[in-house]
Design a protein around this ligand. Structure first.
Ligand code: EPZ
Length: 416
């Protein structure tokens, strides 16, 4: 298994291009199941999760052509509306095929995603919403077996805000008979990006960007061209890295308008940030100040930035309280950061971080995607060498992070 070796202490200087957003690209790939006409996508990120989703869709009969970050999806020959356990267990987002398969083909057999490192992550809201739209759903032998002659529009109030739950039901509703109202819907930018693609395909959706989506179902959707939005979490990760390691970095092809809560916290920590339409310039001189935070649904501080921010707090001046409200077990990075000399104590869903002047390099283990990113940030500002094991977690969601960081002057290399 690959590892990353980082020699800390180098500030980051130069330019980095932010890739397309993983959490927009994944539902957008599934939207290719909704039409027999081709989807032309650009700015697709080169990630393990994207390759896994491609494999899953190709097994169903989707034809996919790739040319760098340009994809053409041909959904005219879907033969088997199935998502096997072998693939779903490696990527929970595979659940996103359920809504589109039911909407267009009236049937689906999708493995229940198991739990994952950060939490149980059930899919009851996805199932409950599809049942409200008339789907007949049975769960047996670990699979969701769903049938519907034609989904019917319904008013669905989610018990909690769920990103992929909103996306699954949105993709089901666009071809349903009649009007669907999704209340307590997720407002994440990735949900908006999916909705914008669906509208380009001929869907009738109003309330995009709000917590109430109203969809008038249509009989069929046509093809479209779409550029996937920039990854706000990748951008936030690089900003945290500059705040922790110091330096002066220009982020290109990013979406500052999707990062307000993160930019506020980083400015509070002392990072100087200049904002353009599609670029950000971050400068850091000296040590960051500790800043407390509480994760919540968009537009509040994103849970996917919590681990990265904790790495920054580990070397900041003062102490910070980091509260995680979305997932029940998203502090797996704490033990590993403490191995690097951090001083973090967890009490329930809050971590108390006492900043230290310098971390000390060690061998640590990645446990999940964003925890891996926090270990990279910590390694960049630790004294000596840090080796991060099990970086397949990192490769799921970051496009060549070690190449991008070494281009900024970091001493980082992949050990195969
Ligand atoms: C999406 O996961 C993202 N993944 C996650 O990013 C992100 O952390 C999360 O949203 C929150 O923003 C993708 O978009 C592919 P949820 P999702 O449904 O949709 C509970 C990353 O690092 N819940 O919004 O699975 C759930 O347990 C990943 O890129 C139910 O109880 O998250 C959680 O506590 C990690 N029942 C909360 O809601 C349901 O049916 C929010 O989960 C659905 C969710």
């Amino acid at each position: 298994m690959d590892k990353l070796k980082i020699i800390g202490g180098q500030p980051l200087c130069g330019e980095v291009v932010i890739s397309g957003a993983k959490n927009a690209a994944l539902p957008i790939l599934c939207a290719g199941l909704l039409s027999a006409q081709p989807l032309h996508l650009s700015n697709m990120p080169d990630l393990q999760d994207i390759r896994t989703m491609e494999t899953l869709l190709q097994k169903m009969g989707m034809r996919i052509e790739r040319d760098a970050d340009n994809y053409t999806l041909d959904g005219a020959h879907i033969a088997s509306p199935e998502a096997s356990y072998e693939l779903v267990k490696t990527m929970r987002a595979a659940i996103l095929v359920l809504g589109p398969l039911l909407a267009r083909f009236g049937q689906a057999r999708v493995s229940l995603p198991g739990g994952c490192a950060i939490g149980a992550r059930p899919v009851d809201q996805h199932i409950r919403g599809l049942q409200a739209m008339g789907a007949d759903i049975v769960i047996e032998h670990g699979y969701i077996l769903a049938k519907a002659s034609r989904l019917k529009g319904a008013r669905i109030v989610a018990d909690m805000i769920t990103v992929t739950g909103t996306e699954n039901l949105l993709m089901a509703a666009v071809l349903a008979d009649g009007e669907t109202i999704l209340e307590n819907a997720a407002r994440e930018p990735e949900v908006i990006d999916l909705a914008r693609l669906l509208v380009k395909m001929g869907a009738h959706i109003s309330g995009i960007g709000t917590d109430t989506l109203v969809i008038q179902g249509v009989d069929q959707l046509h093809g479209a061209h779409h550029k996937v939005m920039a990854d706000r979490i990748e951008a936030g990760t690089f900003l945290c890295a500059v705040a922790a390691a110091g330096g002066d970095v220009l982020l290109r092809q990013c979406r500052p308008d999707t990062l307000d809560a993160v930019l506020d916290k980083l400015r509070e920590a002392g990072l100087e940030i200049e904002v353009g339409v599609d670029w950000l310039r971050a400068r850091m001189h000296g040590r960051a100040r500790a800043v407390s935070l509480r994760t919540s649904e968009y537009p509040a501080f994103p849970t996917d930035m919590q681990a990265q921010f904790m790495a920054l707090a580990s070397v900041a001046i003062g102490s910070a309280r980091v509260t995680e409200t979305i997932f029940e077990n998203r502090f797996m990075h704490v033990q590993e950061l403490n191995r690097l000399g951090a001083d973090i104590v967890v009490e329930g869903n809050t971590a108390l971080v006492q900043g230290v002047a310098m971390l000390s390099g060690a061998t640590v283990m990645a446990t999940d995607l964003r925890a891996s990113a926090s270990l990279v940030i910590a390694g960049l500002c630790a004294e000596g060498a840090t080796v991060i094991e099990r970086i397949y977690h990192l490769d799921r969601g970051y496009d060549c992070i070690e190449k991008k960081l070494s281009a900024l002057g970091a001493q980082i290399a992949r050990i195969t």
